[in-house]
Write a protein that binds this ligand. Structure first.
Ligand code: SF4
Length: 634
């Protein structure tokens, strides 16, 4: 088989037995790999009502046809399961080198079921698979775990995915870490691993990837490589990583500040990319086959010692900075490093601390719960203490480890300040001003999400004519001209659905969103993916075939959520964005008008071929070959 390995590894932790099975070619053609392949397994194998932290939840690790090749930015992989944070479909994506190594070992996917009675880790060396004792690793952080496994196996080239203490302690927003800083952070995949007593997965492969048309493939990849290097965002991403967005989003009034009380942070002069460069940066770091190298290693002093961190990112620093009212970059970097070591999602961690700080501001937290903590905005020691307490489930951290939604349920009246959608905290964007971005957060299949379909062109400064040229035939000329203005509601439903379908393709072929249309329209688009995919696999996908695959994947995930009871009422936004106008900054006065939001939702459902409740119709499912999954309601 070209591109894919064509094999799935199954691991039953109840018995410790493993098996290898063939993945049918038509399954790969319909779902591509990575996210798509995982989503199908999760829908097929996780029954409605399954406890996400019980042994019946299924954990899938999937890679795509691009992993292990020279496709630029193809170091991605997806981890999927029912989410313990949201109770609906969950997945999360990480970069690094694990995906390539898994392909070289001869697998497209690992599916893990059951629960080990004692701590275990999985070691894959080509076809040799072992479930090994991990008692000596339990209690170690992710960096220690990675180092100890490499030493134990005597192989520095082994790639390791692991959980830290947060996953072991079933913190509902624990992630899975590799390369000491790359993390599949969102949706609590680390807690699912912890619930299975699975500390880590180590992989080493010695195979290679077969290419159908090597010359054509090399030509398509070099073209994509050149396109990336000449794109407008290449230089800022290479130089500053995503940290350059701190100033950018603040300038347009979208930087979530003090739990989204406003979208503009007055402390930006001490929390920005330039300061990071001047005082903390060591060097660039990247994932497999990536010319961008957006990651940055840095050093900070902690307890008189030099601590080196590996992933200074916009979301991390904004979540543990502006969101918590903290203008001290060093504190945000230290908190972010601790999250990477413990295996915590920085967005969810910053969100739950910020939520607690707002409840404290409003006098809504009982003294016996917070146990003497000073929760005033930006309190540096408190932020660090709470990261430790959350990961270790100590003190007030044990309450916060349940996530914003459950904390809100514990303190009646606080729900109106909870920045969550379907149980998932919103990211560090304040979407009152960007209407399409707000809709994308509301309808995402894994709860609040800026990565599923958020359309960047509404604030990228492209002209209505340029938009019409690209999207006129897809969503209609009027809508295409309207969507470039972030204040407009018209056309956003169609654009978000189109973006979601393309992002499902990106996530399933497994390359980086940062190098795709998601970030900028001069990065890789559908025709680039088509050229690389066809010459790699020998398939003859048209662009519309690719969008059909993306749509199929999106519907698979939606069906999972419908089965769990999700309906139109759940495709909504935090109360604050409907009721409180932006009080300050460049977006002052902006909010989401509820009636117009419902119109966007109608347009979105119509573009998708779903009914008014947001349930895929039988006709749509038939068109996608998913008729066997039709929910009873239709
Ligand atoms: S752009 Fe950054 S996250 Fe994406 S593949 Fe490259 S280094 Fe990894």
């Amino acid at each position: 088989m070209f591109g894919w390995a064509g094999r799935r590894l199954r691991v039953d932790l109840n018995s410790g037995l493993t098996s290898i099975e063939t993945i049918a070619e038509h399954t790969l053609a319909n779902y591509l790999g990575g996210r798509g392949l995982n989503s199908k397994v999760i829908l097929d194998e996780v029954s409605p009502g399954t406890d996400p932290l019980g042994p019946d939840n299924v954990l899938a690790i999937g890679i795509g046809p691009f992993n292990g090749t020279i496709v630029p930015t193809s170091g991605k992989l997806t981890i999927s399961a029912k989410s313990p944070l949201t109770g609906i479909f969950g997945d999360s994506n990480t970069g690094g080198y694990f995906g390539s190594e898994l392909k070289f070992a001869g697998f497209d996917q690992i599916v893990i079921t059951g629960r080990s009675s004692t701590p275990a880790y999985l070691y894959i060396k080509d076809d040799h698979v072992q479930v090994r004792d991990a008692s000596h690793l339990w209690g170690k952080n992710t960096w220690e775990t990675e180092r100890m496994i490499k030493e134990e196996l005597g192989d520095e080239r082994v790639e390791v995915l692991s959980i830290g203490q947060a996953g072991e302690n079933l913190v509902r927003f624990a992630g899975v870490v590799n390369n000491m800083g790359r993390i599949a952070a969102r949706a609590g995949m680390g807690a699912v691993m912890g619930s299975k007593k699975l500390k880590a997965i180590a992989v080493r492969g010695t195979g290679s990837v077969e290419v159908a048309y090597p010359d054509k493939f090399a030509e398509a990849c070099y073209k994509a490589h050149d396109k990336i290097k000449s794109a407008s965002f290449y230089k800022p991403l290479h130089t500053s990583g995503t940290l350059f967005l701190l100033r950018h989003t603040n300038e347009v009034g979208r930087l979530n500040t003090r739990n989204s009380q406003q979208g503009w942070f007055e402390g930006i002069e001490t929390l920005n990319a330039e300061l990071f460069h001047a005082q903390y940066k060591i060097k660039n770091r990247g994932c497999a086959s990536c010319p961008i190298l957006c990651g940055h290693a840095y050093h900070i002093k902690k307890d008189g010692r030099r601590l080196v961190g590996n992933a200074a990112e916009y979301e991390n620093i904004a979540a543990l900075g502006a969101m918590c009212g903290n203008a001290d970059l060093k504190t945000a970097l230290l908190a972010s490093t601790l999250c990477d070591q413990y295996g915590l999602d920085t967005i969810s961690t910053g969100s739950v601390i910020a939520f607690a700080m707002e409840l404290w501001q409003r006098g809504m937290l009982p003294g016996e719960d917070i146990k003497g903590l000073d929760l005033s905005w930006g309190h540096q020691d408190t932020i660090i203490s709470l990261v430790n307490q959350i990961a270790l489930r100590e003190g007030f951290g044990d309450i916060l480890a349940e996530g914003v939604q459950k904390v809100a349920e514990k303190y009646p009246g606080s729900e109106q300040f909870a920045m969550v959608i379907k149980g998932m905290p919103t990211n560090v964007g304040d979407y009152r001003s960007t209407k399409g971005g707000a809709l994308a957060q509301a309808v995402s299949t894994r709860g609040a999400d800026h990565l599923r379909g958020s359309p960047v062109l509404e604030y990228l400064g492209i002209t209505p004519e340029e938009s019409e040229a690209i999207f006129g035939n897809i969503i209609g000329k009027d809508k295409a001209r309207s969507v470039v203005d972030y204040r407009n509601y018209y056309g956003k439903g169609s654009l978000v659905a189109w973006s979601e379908n393309f992002m499902a393709v990106v996530d399933s072929a497994e390359f980086c969103k940062a190098a795709s249309y998601w970030a900028s329209l001069d990065f890789l688009g559908p025709s680039d993916v088509q050229a690389m995919l066809n010459s790699l696999t020998g398939f003859n996908f048209s662009e519309s075939d690719l969008f059909k695959i993306g749509e199929r994947i999106y519907n698979i995930e939606k069906i999972f959520n419908v089965r769990e009871g999700m309906r139109r009422k759940d495709d909504t936004l935090p109360v604050r964005w409907f009721t409180e106008k932006q009080p300050a900054g460049p977006s002052k006065g902006e909010l989401i008008e509820a009636g117009k939001f419902e119109e966007m939702l109608d347009e979105y459902y119509e573009f998708r071929g779903w009914d008014k409740e947001g349930i895929p119709t039988k006709a749509k499912l038939q068109e996608l070959g998913l008729q066997d999954y039709a929910p009873d309601q239709n």
